[in-house]
Write a protein that binds this ligand. Sequence first.
Ligand code: NAP
Length: 330
Amino acid sequence: MASANLMQAVWYDSYGGGASALKHVEAPLPSPKNDEVLIKVEASSINPIDCKVQNGLLRPLLPRRFPFIPVTDIAGEIVDLGSDVKNFKTGDKVVAKLNDVSGGGLAEYAVTKESLTVARPPQVSAAEAAALVTAGITALQTITESAGLKVDKSGPKANILVTAASGGVGHYAVQLAKLGNIHVTATCGARNFDFVKSLGADEVIDYKTPEGAAVKSPSGKKYDAVINCTTGIRWTTFEPNLSEHGKVVDMTPGAGTFANFALKKLTFSKKIVVPFLVNCKADNLEYLVKLVEQGKLKTVIDSKYPFSKAEEAWGRSLSGHAVGKIIIEH
Ligand SMILES: NC(=O)c1ccc[n+]([C@@H]2O[C@H](COP(=O)([O-])OP(=O)(O)OC[C@H]3O[C@@H](n4cnc5c(N)ncnc54)[C@H](OP(=O)(O)O)[C@@H]3O)[C@@H](O)[C@H]2O)c1
């Protein structure tokens, strides 16, 4: 319970240390600026980037300072507003993306801009909504913006490969692609075959077998796009499986990806690798919330943890073996 302008929160105060470095503390209650809302958090969702930031991947950009309250994907209820907020009132149920620099999700209360806040209908639970934010928007943007495909039936037919289709991003990507005219080949571990097929994947390959490692479609289809949710697969492995204008959308782009992208552009190569960085936008989130409300998209929850065990959720994310999304209930 918040008291005397303090609230319960979980933070870390240096790089590294994994789950055991998370500390339950009393932190200052944030107050909304003019264009912000204060949300009582009901659920938050962890993404691999949260743990990578703790590990120093974006050092010195993120975190800017310690202690840092991690996690940016939340759902809850608005309890206070800045004076310029037009579209919400206190008591509204919402889902929101928090600022990457400020973080703040692992707490009782969090502030964010009105422009990154979306109404949540009663049919969409706080857990389902919080899960959607980064992972759902990433899945949507990689398919529509990076690969240039449609997630409704208005687009031409296409074939794609979704790697790590059992994970947070992958499980949304398979479902969204199947809302369009898209044939989906998916990679996952054998234990998740039935799960990934149940999401709509047309063909499933086990990434631990030689065929899976070669990312070949069992039916011999060439991919117009690869939504690459994993790491460690080389361009030379993807390339023979791409159609004439095939693209590999790389979600964890390193220097090699950017160099490859530049080279392919300079040499007018038809097959290219596209580095991807999510840009969380409210209209994308609104679109996804609507799909969930209409029963066209589902959030599959790997595991739920009470706020008092947030560090266990962190450990689960670090394991790299989540099936769907990891949720903390506040
Ligand atoms: N660039 C961006 O803006 C952006 C945005 C969002 C996410 N990302 C990145 O995208 C990646 C995926 O995110 P996520 O949230 O989906 O991760 P996640 O939920 O942690 O993914 C876990 C899943 O991946 C599967 N997996 C692991 N290695 C695999 C492989 N080689 N082949 C097939 N499946 C494999 C695991 O299955 P098993 O248990 O069977 O191994 C597990 O089910 C992360 O690296 C994340 O940081 C980037």
